[in-house]
Design a protein around this ligand. Structure first.
Ligand code: FMN
Length: 168
């Protein structure tokens, strides 16, 4: 497998922590971690395999740095890329907009005709509504560090195991 680019946006550091954990699971020789504010179109284009993650703010909004990254993505041809997505949210405080921005990220990838992998089960979470849920599953890994920190490791390990099969 060629090298993976892990791009993340993070307001308080939670998404950054997950991005670094993901890198650790793949191994530093296999994956780079890049803050979206440092990413330009050439850096995105350099990877065949992308992992993109961000958190949800406002009431179901994408975080500001991610909004800027969307403009950068517009300049890149993603048709031959495999992309896995992850999103951070808080299912207790925001049960009606849980990890909504992951759904926006997914829609962006679909509009760019990227191949999205890394779907994740909704079991194990309690929420009322999420734009990240499509056809009964999440469109990527959902992490709730605010309420389920004890599940971080097992979720990350299982998702990376899954991606090692799907990134082919
Ligand atoms: C002001 C505020 C608004 C938030 N809005 C949402 C939301 O609409 N949906 C959600 O699932 N989580 C929401 N969250 C929770 C964050 O997404 C969560 O804490 C996440 O782990 C933050 O990650 P970051 O530090 O990488 O930005 C909100 C948190 C704050 C402080």
């Amino acid at each position: 497998m060629s090298k993976i680019g892990i791009f993340y946006a993070s307001a308080m550091g939670n998404t950054e922590a997950v991005a670094l954990d993901l890198q650790q699971q793949f191994g530093q020789e296999q994956a780079d971690v890049i803050h979206v504010a440092d990413a330009d179109k050439d850096m995105i284009s350099a990877y065949d395999y992308l992992i993109i993650g961000g958190s949800t703010w406002g009431a179901g909004e994408i975080q500001d740095d991610m909004a800027d990254f969307f403009k950068e993505l517009d300049e890149v041809n993603l048709t031959n890329k495999k992309v896995a997505l992850f999103g951070l949210g808080d299912q207790v405080a925001y049960p009606f907009a849980f990890a909504d921005s992951l759904g926006d990220l997914y829609d962006k990838m679909v509009s760019k005709k990227a191949t999205v992998v890394g779907g994740w089960p909704i079991e194990g979470y309690e929420f009322k509504s999420s734009k990240a849920e499509r056809n009964g599953q999440f469109v990527g890994l959902v992490m709730d560090i605010d309420n389920q920190p004890e599940k971080n490791n097992e979720r990350i390990k299982a998702w990376v195991k899954q991606l090692k099969k799907e990134f082919k």
